[in-house]
Design a protein around this ligand. Structure first.
Ligand SMILES: NC(=O)c1ccc[n+]([C@@H]2O[C@H](COP(=O)([O-])OP(=O)(O)OC[C@H]3O[C@@H](n4cnc5c(N)ncnc54)[C@H](OP(=O)(O)O)[C@@H]3O)[C@@H](O)[C@H]2O)c1
Length: 327
């Protein structure tokens, strides 16, 4: 029988030496699943090399990225450089399905689908095992004991070492964890200067004027207490504060982008590194899943791990992006 999870989990693949993860959603062909060409492979190779250069060891995939072609493309890199597999960690996700002959676009965390999706990822990547498999999004029809059985099958077959979740809140994780015989190791969530609800929730609690039913509840605290690694997706906010052109930027976003630039000068680093250093400054020990495929931009992220942002600068950025004073 599965037991209560230990409060200090043991044997984890994380933390890796780097606080940065390379998100591979931009690799591969396109969202129609077109053919992977040499030019896609060359682009992915350049991104991979830049990531390795700055000390990244964990690569984040999902079965759906570019309809499987991101994994396929990465698999080609692994085939061409056989020694690579042993020096990196591979993470993928499952549970989101495109519309197909059997149904509409949907979530599927049934046991059978988890196993078949993980096996398909292994085939595309051309590897024996994944280091981490995340459940991509909560499925309203998920049943913890069925998921536990799928995890056990994959682990005992040597196909997946560790399991985690994405886009789940603490209540869902607790519910799932009580059925599992090993601790969840990671939760990947959207967190950035453009997506502040994970912080606003804490600040607005017991503030009548800003009373909102935010769903974060104790997710940050639960993950920290249980030693579950928090991973931030879209941490660069797709360049919203570091030079990407946008006609729809709010006044707060425009002001924050200016502030980021001035801090980049002050700390003598890139704007990307300031945006990420702000996330990494949070005591939860967040890892940032950067999604760039541009080698120069990947390298520009490196200094985020070496600077220590002051408390005052952290609040300057938070307040600017928030666009209003704290309660
Ligand atoms: N768990 C989930 O539900 C979930 C959801 C979404 C994503 N993810 C993961 O998170 C990773 C990162 O997500 P993301 O790619 O959305 O976020 P991101 O890291 O915030 O942004 C990267 C994207 O923004 C572009 N960009 C960044 N700075 C720019 C600038 N100054 N000017 C122009 N373009 C700029 C990049 O283009 P270049 O390639 O040209 O640099 C790239 O397309 C993904 O790869 C994936 O692994 C997970």
């Amino acid at each position: 029988m599965p037991s209560t999870p230990p409060s200090r989990p043991v044997d984890r693949p994380l933390p890796t030496s780097s606080r940065l993860i390379l998100g591979c959603m931009g690799m591969g062909s396109d969202w129609n699943g077109g053919a992977v060409t040499e030019s896609h492979i060359a682009q992915a190779h350049a991104a991979l090399e830049a990531a390795l250069e700055i000390g990244i060891t964990l690569f984040d995939h999902a079965d759906i990225y570019k309809r499987g072609t991101a994994e396929q493309c990465f698999g080609e890199l692994l085939r061409r450089q056989a020694s690579l597999r042993d020096s990196i960690l591979l993470q993928s996700k499952c549970g989101i399905r495109f519309a197909d002959d059997s149904g509409p676009a949907r979530y599927d965390l049934s046991g059978a689908y988890i196993v078949s999706a993980a096996e398909a990822s292994l085939r595309r990547l051309g590897v024996e095992h994944l280091d981490i498999l995340l459940l991509h999004r909560p499925d309203p029809l998920m049943e913890p004991h069925e998921i536990a059985e799928a995890f056990s099958r994959l682990r005992s077959a040597g196909k997946v070492r560790f399991f985690g979740v994405s886009n789940m809140q603490a209540g869902q994780m607790r519910w799932l964890q009580q059925a599992l015989d090993a601790p969840l190791v990671a939760n990947q969530l959207e967190m950035s200067l453009a997506k502040l609800d994970w912080l606003d929730h804490d600040s607005s609690f017991n503030d009548a004027q800003n009373a909102t039913a935010l769903p974060w509840a104790d997710t940050l605290q639960y993950c920290q207490q249980q030693g579950i690694q928090l991973q931030a997706w879209s941490p660069l906010a797709q360049g919203a504060f570091s030079g990407a052109k946008s006609d729809s930027a709010s006044p707060a976003q425009q002001a924050t982008a200016k502030l980021v630039l001035s801090m980049a000068e002050q700390y003598a680093v890139s704007a990307e590194s300031i945006v990420l250093a702000w996330l990494l400054r949070h005591p939860a020990g967040i890892q940032a899943v950067i999604g760039s495929t541009n080698p120069d931009r990947i390298r520009a992220c490196a200094a985020a791990t070496t600077i220590q942002m002051s408390r005052e600068d952290w609040y300057r950025l938070y307040l600017s992006a928030r666009g209003q004073a704290l309660p």
